[in-house]
Design a protein around this ligand. Sequence first.
Ligand SMILES: C[S@@+](CC[C@H](N)C(=O)[O-])C[C@H]1O[C@@H](n2cnc3c(N)ncnc32)[C@H](O)[C@@H]1O
Length: 342
Amino acid sequence: MGVSLAQRFLSFAEASEASGSPLYAEWARGVASDLELLAVVERAPAAKRQPALVFAATRYLGGPVDAFPVVRAWMLRNAVAIVAELEIRFTQTNDVRRTGPVAAALALAGVDGPVTLLEVGASAGLGLYPDRYDIRVGAARLGDPESRVHVAVDVLPGAQEPALPALPPIAARFGLDLAPLDPRRQGELHWLEMLLPPERTDRVELLRDAVDVLLDDPAPVIAGDAVQELPDLVALAPPGTTPVVVTSGTLVYLPGARRQAFVDLIAGLGVRWVSYERSGLLTGVASTVPVPAPSASDADAFATLALDGTALAVGDAHGTRLRWLPSASPDACRHGGGARPT
Ligand SMILES: C[S@@+](CC[C@H](N)C(=O)[O-])C[C@H]1O[C@@H](n2cnc3c(N)ncnc32)[C@H](O)[C@@H]1O
């Protein structure tokens, strides 16, 4: 029992160390070598036995942000509540920083005229406002330079950095999610915050600033499944706008066959598609996304930025670093579906 689960917590410990959360690293190492706690986590459905989800649920329920022995005692006392919370929760970290790579690909898409942005796996929908954030990608500046929400993407040495045109006007925006989060509802902003590591107060501030932008003009996020509801989502695009579907950090949650169904569906809908997903995830599904060099174990190649299924760049899990691939030239990117008839 618990060997692969323990390994998952150990890997999470390493990732937490690297991403500025020594406390989560300590907790994860603690859980990995604690048979009693591993047995608690194993009582949750298999898909919910994720360290980030377990710790978010613990804190959401009032668990202490303290040294491992303190939190361990609390978790054992509150095991029933933690397992019940895991049953109803999903990993829904809405990472505003991933808007950076997404905005770059949206600019490169070279759409003439207004777009409708449609995010699948939108969580609260914070990825739907690239035009209202101040986004820097290498030397380029996108979005609203006056915005309080600052997103920065460092460009690593690679293929030549493409000149990024301005973002197209975003005329309408809609999200789709299995379990949309609405920061206006009791407890949901708190849950979004609990999905972030406790020490990363910078990320909590970014989240809150982005939520303020969202609350100025909340985009509807529809409840439903990525494959089942995609045609209805696309149909929401007003006439005269080009529908652009965005997926970021989402398709990994679809089982392989559903991922294939999603890609097949998107190809037939005449839309543009920006994806920022785990590298290799779409290989063999969207056949035009190659396995990007140099290797899947390189944290800066964790994710692949693709436009209409063609890889443009690789980057880290959060979208803070990008390495462009030769395919990312504005000329090569200007193709794909067009505006819906007026
Ligand atoms: C890790 S979050 C990513 C959120 C956002 N795209 C971002 O980059 O910040 C993944 C989201 O996908 C949603 N999701 C998972 N499976 C889904 C499905 N089959 N259909 C629709 N949404 C799904 C989850 O509820 C969650 O909100």
